[in-house]
Structures are given as structure tokens and as C-alpha cells.
Design a protein around this ligand. Structure first.
Ligand code: MN
Length: 721
């Protein structure tokens, strides 16, 4: 039929929904003039296409703006009319719909199988800012497929592949099975004409018998359920060509094995009637085991609901029966679009998979009685509000945080693409680096081939993602390496001079390794760009130098050997061991001795002498056979102050005493090296704190101070736990 504006207007008048006919006619006039003399491959005026698309959308009972956008959907891309003009004449919504449809059309479709699913998912998300965009695009593609025979063969094949791989799955995900099936049936005929012909021939062979069979079955079912009011709708049909094709050629079944060639559909008013009818069907025909599926209790992810069962009639021919309510049927046919078609809410809360939450959201919002515009607005806000989906010219999807710029995009593709970027285009137009990307943008990055390239320092402020900023920073760090090394070396030499250190290459290497660098140059460079602060490491460097010098100058150089030995030992541990020079000293953790404590040494096997307090339980209870290994030790009279860890175990009335304990320790100028606190079952608090002290006198003074704190029950010295 020839689609003219009169056909559309007649259909609008015949529908039971209210439309703004003036706005629709105005859109028609703009489109008609814009497309003027352009013809379709069929030879018909181009305007018949947008009108046909609008007619399809009218069948879905979409709203006025959707029909208006459908009439205008090709003008921005194919004619001189700008989006601005549409915005002024028809409003923001129409302009956005047309823009969205134009953008989907520009997304290059990657037909590589492993990427298909992901692309479909992401593009669905991207375009679902306003779901009407996708619905218009599907209607557009459906009409193009209906008229595909006028295109040259290679175009037919390309479009059929796209439709099969891309648009039909989208229709499926949106639950629009009528659109999906028609798209698949047209496409498979183009992609595999012979295979499709075989299926059709098989179906045709017994066409008369088949029609009689379906009539008989539906007649008998109608008779049995004639007492249901209002009478259910009963349809008998052969399933879609492609669904049979798939079973034969993809699942490898023979025609005889295909149960689902015939399908009978019973459409009733309520869920209870669904289960009633199921019982009646199972009473009339023999059900095939394991073929019953309850999609009412467990809907499919695309929200499809129905009871399915396969039964065998008297003729021995199996057929599938689908039982559903009117609402379920509409959802099955129109999917998401059903919500524009039918205002009544859906019954029953949906259990099962949450994969298509956003579709469910649309459904839920509709239940609340919102009108279409409000629903569309809600979708715009709710879906992926923090992310933008943009495309490479090859059609790969890059997901970036909202507010991202082309700099983020370039670095997301590849570090080198970022470093070499000289400019960028969005949808063919040059843009500034601070342009904020929008969902649907197709971004093309221009790069330089020159050897001298690199990011600009101000990109650090423009980039939104930490990934991009990190890569830019890394570039500056790396590119300025020579400078950094020179600067680091000079700074370190200055410090060495002040500390009278004369570094050897080995010593420099030792420092670099100690600072976890793999080379001295890396170490210099890190000092240069500020990664290592000299003020923080110089004390350690000085200590290392002192140790090195001590090791390089053995103590036996003069006669004062004994004295020097004693001093060396004392500096290490502060303890003199009777009769043994140069032995390893360690303090026992069980009692944690401090200068001022009476101490005793124990010669361990292989770990030197361990020093205990004389009253330590381990000393008191020591085994008699170890008697020989206990030796006298004493604290060396030290010229300089050494600090030792000491642990205090505190019980308090409650946990709030913790703050007073720490502030008391701090105000007494002790360093806390460890602290832990936990409530006891009886409501008291237990605080265990390790502090650095120089002597047992200091520790005792501190303990006394803690014992005076309000709320503290007891404070005792203990071993390190
Ligand atoms: Mn079109």
C-alpha cells in the first residue's frame, strides 16, 4: 500500500488514543518538503517511509512526540534541516528523539560475534536514556526490511546481517516479539534462501491438513472452555519460519522432532483462568513430560509471561499451547512498547532475574499511573547517570565517568594515543579538549606521527579520570628523567658534604637498594622529581655510613682493645655479659627487662644471650638441667640514653579512660609504639600499651601516673604480648 499522510490520519482517528493531529501534520509538512523529490529504491516518494514508520509506531500506540519524531527521523541526516530548527518548531523532546535515532544510525555495527552481545548491551544502555529512541529505530528498521527487496543484493545481505545480529536481539531484549520474529523471518530468507525454502516447503506440503488440524484443535478447545466469560481468544498458528529454521539447522533436529511447529494460544482475563485452562488442556490431550514451563511464576528476563505446555492430540501430532492473560499477551507482542499501548498496570509482582531492572523500572513506574512523558523523563535520569557511553569510529564502546573529556577518551584507548593526541573530532566536528563527552558521541582522535610529542601540562586539570591523569604524570616523570637525575645528584651531594660523608659507588648503591630502587639513577631521579624527600632519609643514610665505617675499621688497631670492645657492645645492647665478648644480646619478651631491673642471661642455642629479669617466671621455673647455661649479665653504665620497649597492662572502669591514658603518656613525653584496647565482659576496659622508656624508674613513674587517672582500676608492667 502507498503510505500517505491521509492513511496515517485515518489510522490516528480510528485509534482510541488522543493525538495532537495538528503537530503531526506540521511535522509531515516539514518532512515532505525537506525530502521533496527524493525517491526510495522502490520508486515511491521518500516521504512514504517516515509515514510508514509512524504507522508502525501508531500500532504500538506510541505518543504524539514519537510519531512526530518518526516523521522527521531522516531529515537531519539526509536534508538541510538542522536539529535547532526542529527544536524550535517541535520542542526539546522531539529534537532529542531525532538526534538519538540519527546517532544510533551512525554507530558502526561490529559483527564480530564475541563483541556483539556486549555491544548490544552497551548501546541499549546508552540509547535507553529515552527508550522511545530505540522503539523508533526498530520501527524504522522494520519498515526498511519490509521493503528490502528493492535494494541491490549486496545491500540486502548487509542489512539482513545487521538486523539479525543487532536489531532483532534488541527487539527480543525489549520483549517485542512480534517485531523480532518479523525481522528474523525476513532476514533469514535473505541470508539463507535455500534453507528457508526447505522449511517453507515442509510447512507447505501439508498446508491443507495443517489448517484442518489447527481448526479442529482450536474448535475442540473452544468448546471445552465455552463457559468462561468473556470468551477467551483462541488462536492457532504455525510458529515463525526462523524459529523452525533454527531448530533444524542450528540445533540439528529433523522436521519430525520439532514439536513446536504448531502453536495454539489461549488468551484469558485472569491468572487463575490461565491455570484453569491449563488443567483442562492437560485433561483433553496427553502432555509430553518435561515440556511444561511456568513463565507466569518465573517470567523471562524480558518480562515475558505465559504458561507453555506441549501435548499430543488424537492424531498423534504434538503441538504447543501457550496460555496467558490479555496483559501478558500485549507485553509478549509489544514488550516495552506495551506500556504506551496499555495504561492498565500489570498484575503480580515479578520474581526471578534482575538483569533487566531498567525495563522493570519502566513497568513499575507505569503502574503508578504516570503519564508517558513523566516515564520518559524518569528513564532519562535513572539510567546510568554516572557514566557516558561513547564510540570509537570502529564502533567499540568506551565507558567513561560523567564529565569525561576527549583526553580521558584518548588515554582510555591507549596510553600512546593519549600522548600523541593533537586534536579530536566528535561526530565529525573538531572539538576543544575540555569538551565534555556525551553518550552516543562518536569520537575520533587525531595523533601526530612526529618524534616530538607529548601531553600538555594543563591536561592534568582537564582530565577527569585518575587513569588519564596518572598517565600524563608518568609521562612528565619519564620525559624529564635526565633533568631529574642531575637535580637529584646535586641535592644529594650537598647533603653528603654537610654530613662529611665521602660516598663510594658501593655505598650509593647500598642506599638506593635500601630505598627500594633498582638503580642509583632511579634513586637520583626520584629525589629530582620529589618522590624521595632527603630530609626524611638522611638520618638513615648517616647511620648506614657510620656502620660501614665501623665495619671497615676493625677494633684491634690499637692496644685499647678491651675498652673498645666493651663500648661497641654497650652501644648495641646496653648490657655487659660476664666472660663473653662480642656476643649477640636480645631481651626476652616474656619479662621485657629495663635498665634498673635485676637481670640474668641465658645462653641460647644459636641466638646469643637472652636477657631476663631475675624474677621472671621463666627464670624462677627454669629446668635444673639448664643450670649451666645461666650466666651473669649487668647493665652497662651508659653515657648516652637508650630506649627500650616496655608494656603496661591497664584495666579501667570503661573504655573512655583510653583517651586519658594516651594523653597522660603523651604529656609525659613518652613515645607509644603500640596500643590496643578492648572491652571486657564485665563492662571494664582493657588497654595494653607499649612505650619507649630508658629505665625501670621512668616506667614506674609513668605507671604511677596512669594509676592516678580517674577510672583506672589497675596498671601493671607486663611482658611484650
Ligand atoms: Mn529511516
Amino acid at each position: 500500500m502507498l503510505y500517505t499522510i491521509d492513511v496515517l490520519i485515518d489510522k490516528i482517528k480510528a485509534s482510541d488514543k488522543q493525538y495532537d493531529i495538528d503537530k503531526i501534520v506540521a511535522a509531515y509538512e516539514v518532512a515532505d518538503e525537506a525530502h521533496s523529490d527524493t525517491k526510495r529504491s522502490s520508486g515511491e516518494p521518500y516521504i512514504t517511509h517516515p509515514i510508514a514508520v509512524a504507522c508502525i509506531l501508531l500500532e504500538f500506540c506510541m505518543d504524539t512526540d514519537t510519531l512526530v519524531a518518526a516523521l522527521l527521523h531522516d531529515v537531519v541526516e539526509d536534508t538541510d534541516i538542522s536539529l535547532e530548527t526542529l527544536r524550535k518548531k517541535f520542542g526539546e523532546d522531539v529534537a532529542n528523539l531525532v538526534d538519538g535515532v540519527t546517532k544510533i544510525g551512525q554507530v558502526p555495527l561490529n559483527t564480530k560475534e564475541e563483541q556483539q552481545a556486549e555491544n548490544i548491551r552497551k548501546i541499549l544502555m546508552a540509547m535507553s536514556k529515552d527508550i522511545r529512541v530505540i522503539i523508533i529505530k526498530l520501527a524504522d528498521r522494520l519498515h526498511n526490511m519490509r521493503t528490502i527487496m528493492y535494494r541491490p543484493p549486496e545491500k540486502q545481505r548487509k542489512k539482513a546481517l545487521e538486523t539479525m545480529n543487532f536489531y532483532a536481539p534488541i527487539a527480543h531484549r525489549l520483549g517485542m516479539s512480534a517485531v523480532k520474529e518479523e525481522m528474523e523471518d525476513i532476514s533469514i530468507k535473505i541470508l539463507d534462501p535455500y534453507g528457508t525454502r526447505a522449511v517453507e516447503d515442509m510447512l507447505d506440503t501439508h498446508k491443507e491438513q495443517r489448517d484442518t488440524f489447527i481448526d479442529t484443535i482450536t474448535g475442540r478447545i473452544r468448546e471445552r472452555i465455552s463457559d468462561i466469560e468473556p470468551p477467551p481468544v483462541i488462536e492457532g498458528r504455525v510458529k515463525s519460519v526462523y524459529s523452525i529454521y533454527k531448530k533444524v539447522y542450528i540445533k540439528g533436529k529433523s522436521f519430525d522432532e520439532i514439536y513446536d511447529v504448531y502453536a495454539v494460544r489461549v488468551i484469558v482475563q485472569s491468572v487463575i483462568e490461565c491455570y484453569n485452562v491449563l488443567g483442562i488442556i492437560h485433561d483433553m490431550f496427553k502432555p509430553i513430560p518435561y515440556r511444561f514451563k511456568d513463565y507466569i511464576a518465573t517470567p523471562k528476563p524480558n518480562r515475558y509471561q505465559s504458561l507453555h505446555t506441549t501435548v499430543i492430540g488424537r492424531e498423534g501430532i504434538p503441538f504447543e499451547v501457550q496460555i496467558r492473560t490479555v496483559e501478558m499477551h500485549n507485553t509478549a507482542q509489544y514488550g516495552v512498547a506495551a506500556h504506551w499501548k496499555y495504561k492498565a498496570g500489570l498484575t503480580g509482582k515479578v520474581a526471578g532475574e534482575q538483569r533487566f531492572d531498567w525495563i522493570r523500572q519502566i513497568l513499575d513506574q507505569q503502574q503508578e499511573g504516570d503519564d508517558v512523558e513523566q516515564i520518559a523523563d524518569a528513564i532519562k535520569v535513572d539510567l546510568a547517570p554516572d557514566e557516558v557511553y561513547v564510540f570509537t569510529p570502529k564502533g567499540d564502546v568506551i565507558v567513561l565517568p560523567l564529565g569525561s573529556t576527549v583526553i580521558d577518551f584518548a588515554y582510555a584507548i591507549h596510553t600512546q594515543v593519549g600522548h600523541k593526541m593533537t586534536g579530536a573530532k566528535v561526530s565529525g566536528r573538531m572539538i576543544r579538549f575540555d569538551y565534555q563527552l556525551r553518550t552516543g558521541d562518536i569520537v575520533e582522535v587525531m595523533t601526530t606521527q612526529s618524534q616530538t610529542y607529548g601531553p600538555n601540562r594543563n591536561w592534568l586539570e582537564i582530565a577527569k579520570t585518575s587513569e588519564a591523569r596518572g598517565k600524563i604524570r608518568a609521562w612528565f616523570k619519564k620525559e624529564c628523567r635526565e633533568e631529574n637525575i642531575a637535580e637529584g645528584m646535586a641535592a644529594l651531594e650537598g647533603e653528603f658534604h654537610r654530613a662529611s660523608i665521602i660516598p663510594t659507588p658501593e655505598f650509593l648503591n647500598e642506599i638506593a637498594v635500601a630505598q627500594k630502587f633498582s638503580s642509583v639513577d632511579d634513586f637520583y631521579a626520584a629525589i629530582g622529581y620529589g618522590g624521595v624527600k632527603l630530609s626524611k632519609i638522611m638520618q638513615r643514610v648517616k647511620d648506614m655510613y657510620a656502620n660501614r665505617m665501623a665495619a671497615a675499621n676493625p677494633v684491634s688497631v690499637d692496644g685499647n682493645e678491651a675498652l673498645k670492645n666493651t663500648i661497641a657492645r654497650k652501644q648495641k645492647s646496653g648490657v655487659i655479659v660476664e666472660g663473653i665478648d662480642n656476643c649477640l644480646i636480645k631481651f626476652a619478651k616474656c619479662c621485657n627487662p629495663l635498665p634498673g631491673d635485676k637481670i640474668v642471661g641465658f645462653i641460647t642455642r644459636g641466638y646469643g644471650v637472652s636477657v631476663h629479669k631475675q624474677d621472671c617466671t621463666n627464670v624462677v621455673n627454669a629446668s635444673p638441667q639448664d643450670k649451666e647455661r645461666w650466666i651473669h649479665v649487668m647493665w652497662a653504665a651508659s653515657g648516652q640514653t637508650e630506649y627500650y620497649n616496655a608494656t603496661i597492662d591497664i584495666i579501667s572502669e570503661n573504655m573512655t579512660a583510653l583517651a586519658d591514658v594516651t594523653s597522660t603518656i603523651a604529656s609525659s613525653r613518652f613515645v607509644i609504639s603500640n596500643i590496643s584496647a578492648h572491652p571486657l565482659k564485665n563492662g571494664n576496659g582493657n588497654i595494653v600499651v607499649t612505650v619507649e622508656v630508658a629505665s625501670v624508674e621512668q616506667l614506674n613513674a609513668l605507671i604511677q601516673r596512669i594509676q592516678k587517672i580517674n577510672g583506672v582500676i589497675s596498671a601493671e608492667r607486663t611482658g611484650i604480648l
